[in-house]
Design a binder for this molecule. Structure first.
Ligand SMILES: [Zn+2]
Length: 508
């Protein structure tokens, strides 16, 4: 266990590196809280802990300063040789001296206490000072983590590619075939998983085909249906869409016709599907503009129950990700088919459809259910149940309640931070940056995806939209300006992007 000074930007950066080098989380990093120290180890003294980093090893021994650095290097996988080198006579003294120098001067090196996680109250400092201090600290945090951010630029594309290759057009049967997962794609849609790790799939559960993919994925869907075998095809009783987004509804008519079964969606989704809103260019290009659905056979409105082949599923309103979203819940299987109403616990680049306050209510509702298996809308099943086998890149061993609770806590934290920033009259770019203190993993782990999404979607999906999502439908949302990296301000494209306000009413 490492005890660190959480109001020091350099110490926070150090912890980010420990987290990168220790993906399994064997080293616990805790901020120094005076009242807790005695319970952690009787020899820990608050003053000494603040003077230099302290580490309590699993055998109960306590290491401090340069000694703690050597212990960490020697126990974190790749850095073991460095730990050995740092312990060589001669170098040992050098490491200790260097550490002591940085520790003694850490506040003057990183310019401010608190890091970007603390926004100083404007009234507490002379006019103009607080934001200079804030931005100085923010950029120091950024540059301290530049190697870490560069590593994510290599790591995530590589991980995305591996997941994509592993699941390419594949069908995965889980729980003895009760739940089948059909990965969909197409030439252009395949850019989605490669760039953003967002894979597309359709689920087959109890005679229902759920979320049949976008128009550009029609061929892969038809291929899957062909391979399911006549018996399974004859078992189908319906095709269902969880919400109106293009990758979930584009093939409703096609699948209904191919299987000869009725199609279902929530009443609000059906309304939107009569004339689907025109998509921004990038989504049209990669995922495909949906055609009006319900033309071949009417899409039937979902009530609060949906009859599968053998079981009755509950249909739950799940607004937040989009206003029309529904989720399906099987109490017998303790399975929640959440669609996009559960994306990653730390989802930080929403689009203008997202209403975070309603999403919080939806998550609170989910947490009142008994859930053991959770399917998200983009390729991942979360469960600890052994009857759902080990399938790398598809089944993640985590309890759904833990993840839903984590997401809810994160969203509530963001809501409180934004409300505090807005009430203090801070500029929106400062409020946005304060949601991403570099010491928190989502700030640097999501940075690649968030900024790539911001660039590629011309601001439609962005961290700025995160603030708007908490004020959806209110004047505050409209006052949050689009923010782009400087280089984009030079491009004419920005003019178009600046027009992207809180989003067209038709898509919310
Ligand atoms: Zn969606």
């Amino acid at each position: 266990m490492v005890l660190y000074d959480h109001v020091c930007e350099i110490c926070q950066a150090g912890v980010s590196y420990i987290r990168l080098l220790d993906p399994r989380g064997r080293v616990e990093c805790r901020p120094i809280v005076d009242a807790e120290l005695a319970a952690l180890h009787p020899s820990l003294d608050p003053e000494a802990c603040r003077r230099e980093m302290h580490l309590v090893a699993p055998d109960g021994s306590v290491h401090a300063g340069g000694d703690a650095i050597r212990w960490l290097l020697g126990h974190l996988g790749w850095t073991r040789p460095l730990g050995w080198v740092a312990g060589l006579p001669g170098l040992r003294g050098l490491v200790d001296g260097l550490y002591r120098f940085v520790a003694r001067n850490r506040y003057s090196i990183s310019r401010c206490r608190g890091g970007s996680c603390r926004v100083p109250r404007p009234g507490g400092l002379p006019p103009g000072t607080p934001l200079r201090v804030f931005w100085a600290c923010y950029w120091i945090g950024f540059f301290l983590r530049l190697p870490l951010l560069a590593a994510t630029l290599v790591y995530y594309p590589a991980a995305n590619t591996l997941a994509y290759l592993h699941t390419w057009r594949r069908r995965v049967d889980l729980a003895g075939g009760r739940l089948r997962v059909c990965f969909l794609g197409g030439v252009r849609p395949d850019l989605g998983p490669l760039f953003f790790g967002e894979r597309f799939y359709s689920l087959v559960y109890d005679g229902l085909l759920i979320d049949p993919g976008s128009v550009l994925m029609g061929r892969s869907l038809v291929r899957h249906l062909g391979r399911l075998g006549r018996e399974t095809r004859e078992d189908f009783v319906g095709v269902v869409a969880t919400h109106f987004h293009e990758e979930h509804v584009g093939n409703l008519d096609l699948a209904g016709e191919a299987l000869g079964v009725p199609t279902f969606a929530g009443p609000a989704t059906i309304e939107l599907l009569r004339q689907p809103p025109r998509l921004p260019f990038m989504r049209r290009l990669i995922i495909g503009q949906p055609r009006p659905q319900g033309t071949l056979r009417p899409v039937l409105p979902l009530g609060d129950r949906l009859q599968g082949r053998t079981r009755t599923l509950r249909v739950l309103p799940a607004a937040g990700h989009s206003s029309d979203h529904v989720a399906l819940y099987d109490p017998e299987e303790r399975l929640l088919i959440s669609g996009d109403s559960f994306m990653a616990a730390y989802f930080t680049s929403p689009n203008p459809d997202v209403d975070s306050r309603r999403w919080i209510q939806t998550l609170e509702g989910f947490l009142s259910l008994d859930i053991e298996v959770l399917t998200d809308g983009h390729g991942t099943i979360y469960t600890e149940r052994a009857d759902y086998g080990e399938v790398p890149w598809v089944v993640v061993r985590a309890h759904p309640r833990t993840l839903l609770g984590e997401k809810l806590a994160f969203m509530r934290w963001m809501q409180a931070e934004i409300a505090r920033g807005v009430s203090e009259g801070l500029p929106f770019d400062v409020v946005e940056a304060s949601l991403f203190p570099w010491g928190r993993p989502w700030a640097w782990k999501n940075w690649y995806f968030d900024e790539l999404a911001r660039l590629m979607s011309l601001g439609e999906f962005s961290r700025t939209e995160l603030i708007r999502s908490f004020y959806r439908g209110e004047p505050t949302a409209e006052r949050v300006p689009a923010r782009f990296p400087r280089v984009w301000n030079l491009c004419l494209l920005t003019r178009r992007a600046a027009r992207l306000g809180p989003g067209p009413g038709a898509t919310t």
